[in-house]
Write a protein that binds this ligand. Sequence first.
Ligand code: GTP
Ligand code: MN
Ligand code: MN
Length: 424
Amino acid sequence: QQVEAEVVTFSVPSYACQRRTTLENHNTVLTDALSLLAENAELSDEDGRGVAFRRAAAVLRSLPEPVTDMKQLRGLPCLGDHSLRVIKDILEDGASREFESTKQSERFKALKVLTGIFGVGSRTADRWIREGIHTLQQLRDSGQSLNRAQQAGLEHYDDLNRPLTAAEAEAVGEIVERAVVSVLPGAQITLTGGFRRGKLTGHDVDFLITHPDEGREEGLMSKVVSWLESQGFLLYQKTTRNSYLESKDGPARPPANMDRFERCFSIFKLTMEERRGTEQPENGERNPNPAEDTLSVGARSGSQTDENTPPQSQVPADERRHRVSGEDGGQEEAKPAAHKPWRAVRVDLVVSPISQFAFALLGWTGSKLFERELRRWAGHEKAMSLSSHALYDNTQSRYLRATSEEEIFAHLGLEFIPPSERNA
Ligand code: GTP
Ligand code: MN
Ligand code: MN
């Protein structure tokens, strides 16, 4: 009798955009290791190696059950020699030496800390490390000149490195909604990024703004930013015109209206009043006067600019928040900084004309790897160029219109994958 163990094998299509990847991951030990090695490669300017590890991690993330045996990986796509070696070490020895040593390395730790500063990329971090700067304190003491983004990033470091909850994302959404409705009634706001994919936490909140009448969205971003600024919601903002020319993934022939596409990187000041406004009502400590939640916005505008002296009315709110959130295990209570009645939140705003909305929505929902794979599929399998603005068919030499994500997937010959299954 054969005593051969039954080995479960998997069949997985090779492009992440052909797969349904939910947030459920049965192989976290393996994917954590490969993701860290990907991150290390990206931080070391080795993008090719980074993508290889990302693709390998994504394949494992899409599997319906844990991998226990190397035999199960036979025939799976995107698993190169290097990734297979890491997986084998973990499956057979319980640990990967490369993963452990990378994680512990001084260089990786310093790169993580320094690129954790908003506005600091891997090249800046690398330069600082070569000058002997490995920690935030060493950076502060070094007298390095920081740009405006980096100054804000350093100042709000702890807040910006503490994951945002879905409730906080919702609170930010309400503020953005108020801003947009105030400056252009009829404009529409859509949550994009990780929170649209159903993630429970995120490093920022992403929004896409449009108006059903083409052209009405022009000039909208600066008005929204002015409104947010006047209400005291912005700690930092930088608005840029999004040009095709600076995007290496853009189609070869940009349409004439490309300059309408605007983006704002910002840091919001989210007060406890706003955060509390979206919490579940069953906590017995709700503000007995719900009107205060909305009134607080107007009351804070104008002269209220000193961050260190919040209005007295906010202090009890903060106290309440503290006692309440002790129950839900909020990490922020561990640090004294949490005693301030607000937190800094990274927010990305994008304005798109309605004619490009479906492309922008698909392009800003992610995940990053899913997006990359969509563009690779379009280029390699369909001779098309996909961007956040348009889809160009190189065979027919024309743009393919779409008013929904479903239509774009159809143009690409792909089965529609909903946002919650784009967590590659
Ligand atoms: P977290 O924010 O880390 O929780 O995850 P996320 O998936 O929301 O990531 P992020 O906010 O960085 O990006 C959201 C989406 O926007 C991803 O699909 C990115 O590919 C896309 N994105 C980010 N920056 C750019 C950019 O400069 N241009 C375009 N076209 N897309 C971008
Ligand atoms: Mn995001
Ligand atoms: Mn973002």
